[in-house]
Design a protein around this ligand. Structure first.
Ligand code: FAD
Length: 393
């Protein structure tokens, strides 16, 4: 008996919609189902409402995975330039913020509209408010029991994302499907997420809420030179989000608060030229006044320079260049931009995204154990893996 659809995709997010359009243009009869009342909710909230839709400098080195070579093939076959051409074809205005990071000039809605338009042109159907209750393997395909009846398809694509932001409809459904069909799922944890602090440090840093400063943060042999933001809950900003993906509970992070300054030399110079001034004044030359005041109180640096011995200056330089913080934890999936870990890519073809042991079953996007750095890499993975599966499903 013929299937209802050639391809059913579960998840109308970035990867699922990209896959649907690609398969549709090949003449495949495609249906995308999603339990949410709106497609692409994460696209809409991304990049502060302006979607950082790709990164021109994206390479496989920008991704974390237990199987780091897996992402190379798909990323090579669908590049940031390919997505940019699509954006230009749709006349979407965009701008480069930090090096290589492309954002919509107007709104994230432009990217969602692009994807929905492409699906429409490709003849792919998108059905919302549809939940999938059961999936069974049948002869030459799959049968889905859904809230809108039974559906059958030759190829089934799982594009239901990770666990971050459950209020936006995130579920562990994709992992359950993987396990059901014998694929391994690697432990998951929140990534690109703010840190929380132990109560004492949180209280000490509370006056800094809202202050941002450029830092170089280190943890587990990785480092990022980006702005850090103090919040009323802890530490955030691009530097902290980036390093959070490399942090494990209990780890220290080391923060260079003055990465562009030869701190020890400048402190000695300052003692010579302004002996009556305080460390606070030295810090104010580089960082916001509010930060200088609160940080000196935290470190109890209250002597004028003229009373600081060489050892004191060296100790101060050490703290400013290697401030050690042991976060209490992270804010978790509630605010994380991504989920680390997920479906083990060793069970998939890197060319087609299909399960090696299960013909016609594909996994794409964030549900996989492929997680990008901050800066447009995660969407680039959604586009590239979506296209790879769309060309073969
Ligand atoms: P998703 O976009 O999460 O889509 C999954 C879809 O599956 C959803 O529509 C969901 O409703 C549906 N679904 C889930 N479970 C089920 C189920 N059981 N049944 C049916 N449907 C289901 N990345 C960037 O590159 N640039 C950015 O600017 C950026 N900003 C971000 C900002 C925020 C606040 C967040 C949370 C993430 C951001 N990301 C950004 C990450 C990016 O959004 C994700 O990596 C990307 O959306 C993953 O695409 P996906 O299609 O795999 O999953």
């Amino acid at each position: 008996m013929a299937s209802d659809y050639d391809v059913i995709i579960i998840g109308a997010g970035a990867a699922g919609l990209m896959c649907a359009a690609t398969a549709g243009y090949r003449g495949r009869k495609v249906l995308v189902v999603d339990h949410a009342n709106k497609a692409g909710k994460k696209i809409l909230m991304s990049g502060g409402g302006r979607c950082n839709f790709t990164n021109l400098n994206s390479t496989p080195a920008n991704f974390l995975s237990d199987n780091p070579h897996f992402c190379i093939s798909a990323l090579k076959r669908y590049t940031p330039q390919d997505f940019l051409e699509l954006v230009d074809r749709h006349g979407i205005e965009h701008e480069e913020k930090a090096a290589g990071q492309l954002f919509c000039k107007d709104s994230s809605k432009d990217i969602l509209n692009l994807l929905l338009t492409e699906c429409e042109w490709a003849g792919a159907e998108v059905r919302l408010k549809t939940s999938v209750n059961k999936i069974s393997g049948v002869d030459h395909g799959y049968q889905l029991q859904t809230s809108s009846g039974t559906l059958t398809c030759e190829s089934l694509v799982i594009a239901c994302g990770g666990l971050s932001i459950p209020t936006m409809g995130a579920t562990g459904f994709g992992y359950d499907v993987a396990r059901q069909f014998g694929l391994s799922v690697l432990p998951t944890r929140a990534g690109l997420v703010p840190f929380t602090l132990h109560p004492e440090l949180k209280e000490q840093l509370a006056p800094l809420s809202g202050v941002s400063c450029p830092v170089d943060v280190h943890c587990n042999n990785e480092h990022f030179r980006e702005p850090m933001l103090f919040t009323h809950r802890g530490l955030s900003g691009p530097a902290m989000l980036q390093i959070s993906s490399f942090w494990h509970p209990g780890d220290l992070i080391r923060i260079n608060l003055l990465p562009s300054v030869s701190v020890c030399d400048r402190l000695h110079e300052h003692r010579k030229t302004k002996p009556q001034s305080h460390i606070r004044h030295f810090i104010e030359d580089f960082l916001p006044k509010r930060f200088a005041k609160a940080f000196c109180e935290l470190q109890q640096w209250n002597k004028p320079f003229q009373y600081c011995r060489n050892e004191d200056l060296e100790a101060i330089a050490d703290v400013l260049s290697h401030w050690e913080v042991r976060p209490a934890g992270t804010e978790g999936y509630k605010t994380a931009e991504v989920t680390l870990g997920g479906v083990d890519t060793r069970d998939l073809s890197s060319k087609t995204m299909s399960a090696s042991n299960q013909p016609g079953l594909f996994f794409i996007g964030e549900v996989l154990d492929v997680t990008g750095h901050l800066g447009g890499h995660n969407f680039q993975w959604a586009w590239a893996s979506g296209v790879a599966a769309g060309q073969h499903a």
